[in-house]
Design a protein around this ligand. Sequence first.
Ligand SMILES: Cc1cc2nc3c(=O)[nH]c(=O)nc-3n(C[C@H](O)[C@H](O)[C@H](O)COP(=O)(O)OP(=O)(O)OC[C@H]3O[C@@H](n4cnc5c(N)ncnc54)[C@H](O)[C@@H]3O)c2cc1C
Length: 391
Amino acid sequence: MDFRDSAEDAAFRAEVREFLAKELPADLHADDDTVLGVGVGENPRDREWLQKLAKRGWVAPAWPKGYGGAGMTVMQQFVFNEEMARARAPRPNFLAIGLAGPTIIVHGTEEQKREHLSGILSGETFWCQGFSEPGAGSDLAALQTRAVVDGDDYVINGQKIWTSGAHRAQRMMLLARTDADAPKHKGVSYFLLDMKSPGVTIRPLTNMADTPSFNEVFFDNVRVPRKDLLGDLNRGWYVATTTLDFERSGIIQGVSLQRLVQDIAAYAKAHGRRDRAEHSLRMELADRAIEAEVSIVLSYRVATMQAKGLVPNQEASITKLYASELAQRIARTAVKVAGLYGQLSKGSACAADGGRMDGLYRISVGSTIAGGTSDIQRTVIAQRGLGLPRG
Ligand SMILES: Cc1cc2nc3c(=O)[nH]c(=O)nc-3n(C[C@H](O)[C@H](O)[C@H](O)COP(=O)(O)OP(=O)(O)OC[C@H]3O[C@@H](n4cnc5c(N)ncnc54)[C@H](O)[C@@H]3O)c2cc1C
């Protein structure tokens, strides 16, 4: 692994930095704290930022140029993601750009590409991911939402849960069972659901940080036209595993964690404690700073593998596991640094840093669940990384 940029990557890094210094409004920032719990950005000003990115062709770094993307190499994506994260630049419509768009590019008909891709690039269409169900999370293939053919439509009945951003999405990437008799991975299809369809009910779920970020979504005889089936019938499981040549290093999270540690250290300096806990807190903060650096180094490893044409597997799980558990340690340190005031929530007059410490603590819980729980990551590492037998 080489930590130095190649000459071309260094030039590209300088170009991205210059663009960010010139174009990113000083008062427009991504919310680092939501990275911990995979929040959904709601800032209406994100649209103007998206337009600036669009002028450079940088809205969708991994998409091929023919579809309006930047066609960046894996290493350029890594550099771009790192610099964007360091500048706290918002990444609006991240789910649509990172998941819906690439899946449509690979599996969509020409008509589907024409219908959906431009709305994603312009930020007009916000997408949500309707995969998890009350009985299907880690074991996603156990999903029970049904889609039955009726004339020119499929009729959907069932329920999704933990659907981030469904309350403001125009479209959903929906997995539903289309063959109840097939083995569970084989009877699933992938639909591009219009969220305004009659029979769709969205019920907000407030997370434990009091943020209304995810939802339950119910389907009561919802009619989806055949044209909104993506890929082949009953092959939805394989459609859902599609990615383009995406940079998968987790560098955005690593950089966000590092900045959080810096923020907490700045808070500690400004509100210096003069009690016996001070020394141990210093040591704890130093540990967190080193661990954030480790998280970034792990990301470099994944990016380097991808740049060499290798497919990171357990390496990506190690990075995810490490960063998400570190997020929780950082949040615990933040609360300790602020002492009892750290436990007060936003709205309380004495809350530390406007309630940020308490907010961090609560939002960080979701980080080890979203995108595959720690247990699932450990299983991948044990079986594929260490070659241990199935339990
Ligand atoms: C912040 C956040 C945002 C999310 N956003 C979305 C979204 O937009 N769309 C969407 O579809 N889903 C979303 N999810 C849901 C997420 O994908 C699931 O919560 C996750 O896959 C875990 O599934 P589950 O909640 O059903 O837990 P379960 O799978 O029921 O797991 C419960 C516990 O059992 C453990 N466990 C389960 N299976 C095994 C096993 N084989 N071996 C060892 N331990 C096991 C788990 O690790 C966990 O501790 C989100 C979740 C969070 C927290």
